[in-house]
Design a protein around this ligand. Structure first.
Ligand SMILES: C[S@@+](CC[C@H](N)C(=O)[O-])C[C@H]1O[C@@H](n2cnc3c(N)ncnc32)[C@H](O)[C@@H]1O
Length: 223
């Protein structure tokens, strides 16, 4: 029997409407629920779908980022695919955060994948509203977020949260799609907030997305 290589873009699946989706990372399959029946717009329910950027960031972390024995914080996790893959990639501590209404959804996806390697590390699930001072989660080695730069008005608050979660050696990675919603202004705002920002070459994106409008940013604190 001929083995067919798994591809993200599969004509037999409807990514926007399937309630169960599977993603392959090396020999591992991650099974994720989504809730496409929700009414989704820019300001509500976006976390109940798994956005392409979550796969792109997960694939980058699994393939390129040294996560072994490092702690990882996901912001705007929604479904938490990225957190689940961070644990699979060897992170020693993982925290998935979002607005309160997503926490049960995150827990259900985490629990669905508890048989995967790395599950001795319990994924912590916590509310974290960007810019909210009363919700300090401590510092992490790696901070990540996918498809969370589309609300330009929240860039400052998001960067405050990122800064508080980083120590001098931390690194943050963000994947976003340019939807002409002001996402590209995030880089300059980050520099103004005291970060060094680098857009990583497209070769770091999954091969199915290298020609697309996706971007991968790396942030570090300036000296
Ligand atoms: C487009 S979804 C992306 C979800 C997931 N990261 C993905 O790529 O599939 C944006 C996420 O950011 C979260 N979010 C939006 N505003 C937020 C805020 N002020 N504080 C924390 N999370 C927020 C949403 O709840 C949602 O889960």
């Amino acid at each position: 029997m001929e083995l067919v290589k798994w591809q993200f873009r599969n004509p037999y699946h409807d990514a926007q409407h399937d309630t169960l989706r599977t993603f392959t990372f090396g020999p591992h399959t991650v099974a994720m629920n989504q809730q496409p029946d929700q009414q989704i717009d820019l300001h509500q329910n976006t976390g109940f779908l798994i956005w392409d950027g979550a796969y792109i960031l997960s694939k980058f972390l699994y393939t390129h980022a040294p996560l072994t024995n490092r702690s990882c914080l996901e912001l705007g996790a929604g479904n938490a695919l990225v957190s689940i893959v961070a644990r699979l990639a060897g992170a020693s501590r993982v925290m998935a955060t979002d607005l309160a209404e997503y926490l049960d959804f995150i827990r259900s996806n985490v629990s669905q994948n508890k048989a995967l390697p790395g599950s001795s590390v319990e994924i912590e699930v916590q509310e974290l509203v960007w810019g909210s001072e009363g919700q300090d989660v401590g510092q992490f080695d790696v901070v990540v977020g996918s498809e969370i730069l589309y609300l330009e008005g929240l860039h400052g608050a998001l960067l405050e949260t990122v800064r508080r979660a980083m120590h001098a050696e931390s690194v943050a990675y963000f994947v976003y799609k340019d939807r002409a919603l002001g996402e590209h202004t995030f880089q300059d705002t980050a520099v103004q907030h005291g970060f060094r920002v680098k857009e990583l070459p497209r070769t770091f994106l999954d091969s199915e997305f290298q020609d697309d409008r996706y971007h991968l940013l790396r942030l570090q604190l300036s000296e």
